[in-house]
Design a protein around this ligand. Sequence first.
Ligand SMILES: [Zn+2]
Length: 285
Amino acid sequence: MLTLAQVKLKSQARLVDLHPVVVAAAVALIERSYAQGVPIIITQGYRSKAEQDGLYAQGRTKPGGIVTNARGGYSYHNYGLAVDFALLLPDGYSASWDMKRDGDKDGIADWQEVAQQAKALGFEWGGDWTSFKDYPHFQMSFGLSIAKLLAGAQPTPAQTTVAYAVIDKLNEEAGELSQAEKQELAALRAEVKDLKEVVAGLTKSKDVLKQAVQEQGSSMGKVGERVKKLEDKAALAKIPDWAARYVQAAYDVGLIDTPEGGSFDFYRLMKILGQAGILPAEKEG
Ligand SMILES: [Zn+2]
């Protein structure tokens, strides 16, 4: 997926020599369209009168189809007050003029989405014209006719201020969180708070656990001592006759260190092992 920075970079060269308000609006248009899932590219910006004449010739005295009805000086492009756009395809460099394309699959043609955004930003859309529809074209006329522009008129500071205010307002709204985002943020904050409490609780219970282990350890030690005492008590003073030879065998092969001092159960185990043939020596004849 293209980043906004990548998308914006594609149009950078086309934003040169435009009226600053038109630049601001075009940048906002790129950003707002991108936010809606529709990357666009500005394909035309300022056009000199000579360039406009060349374009006018296309489809008339030069090959190709007619793309404009404006001769040099008769287009808002010649005053830096217009831009043309195309859809920027996911490959990052191909442009599309497919007005039915729905790249973001929201059921609305991308072209219409861009046109709506542009109009909200204060652009007039060439697609709304009745005589000659110019679908990729957006312009800000400031109420100035071409005749006035040809005569040297320019947007007044007051008009410029109003135009900036429209763009700024939308930019601010875009920067603000939506109602859903605000709710999500509140939920996330509550979750973080809960997590903090859980972590605090864990630290507390870790201490409790540590204490328990220490207590357990001490009581286990006590149990151990008790077991040893019981074992000592169970130790037989004398190796039972019925176990003697098995115990000796185990001693002979190094299985036990000492034959003496075992408990009844110990000697019983030796006998079982011996009878099972696990102990090697069976000296009984
Ligand atoms: Zn145009």
